[in-house]
Design a binder for this molecule. Structure first.
Ligand SMILES: Nc1nc2c(ncn2[C@@H]2O[C@H](COP(=O)(O)OP(=O)(O)OP(=O)(O)O)[C@@H](O)[C@H]2O)c(=O)[nH]1
Ligand SMILES: [Mg+2]
Length: 188
């Protein structure tokens, strides 16, 4: 499957109504700095989403229209310690109001884990909450380009213990690893 077009539609902040127009939504969630916005750019071969080496870059829920028939939804990250409590609460509320309000149904929720870090307690909490809410979870391991074989195997073992038999998509937005497989999964 190919992505032929991508268009930024809207950035939602607190209290903005969520886009809910019947077009299927694929949401990207994960720890701050895990590479959500970079993945949206890599999948779409574009630079529509702003990325940064400073965690906490995305502070909105950004909607991108893909191929005129699917939204990619780039969410703010969770778990970043160095923001104020007020800012953290604001982002947490924004994420939760989109992901866990029963009114909104996502076609897929892509939970991104940095393979270099493994699953943090916040990642495990998000994974459990998504399962409880019956979300269609796609697990992605990011930044595979910068891990040693030894750390890779060690971290994989720990992740598999938690995620059991769910498929794991290994990707690098930097060198393009895993993009075709993931596009096929997300757009099918
Ligand atoms: N080596 C490597 N670095 C990556 C990869 N993906 C993202 N990065 C880097 O990780 C940093 C964070 O990337 P973002 O895409 O902004 O992360 P994010 O998850 O959107 O972060 P927030 O919006 O703050 O939640 C940037 O410095 C990226 O260049 C990857 O596949 N490999
Ligand atoms: Mg981002």
């Amino acid at each position: 499957m190919n992505i032929n077009s991508v268009k930024f539609m809207k950035g939602l902040v607190k209290d903005d109504p969520i886009m809910d127009d019947g077009i299927p939504q694929v949401a990207f969630i994960g720890r701050s700095n895990v590479g959500k916005s970079s993945l949206v750019n890599a999948l779409t071969k574009s630079s529509v989403s702003r990325t940064s080496s400073t965690p906490g870059r995305t502070a909105e829920i950004n909607f991108f229209l893909i191929n005129q028939d699917t939204y990619f939804v780039d969410l703010p990250g969770y778990g970043f310690a160095k923001v104020s409590n007020a800012q953290r609460d604001k982002l947490t509320n924004l994420i939760n109001s989109y992901l866990f309000n029963k009114v909104y149904v996502q076609k897929r929720v892509v939970l991104i884990i940095d393979i270099n870090v493994g699953m943090t307690s916040k990642d495990i909490e998000m994974f459990e909450n998504l399962k409880k809410a019956n979300k269609n979870i796609v697990l992605v391991l990011s930044k595979v380009d910068k891990i040693t074989q030894k750390d890779f195997h060690h971290n994989m073992k720990e992740i598999v213990k938690i995620t059991c038999n769910l498929p794991l998509f290994q990707i690098s937005s930097k060198n393009g690893t895993g993009m075709e497989e993931l596009i096929d999964e997300l757009l099918s």
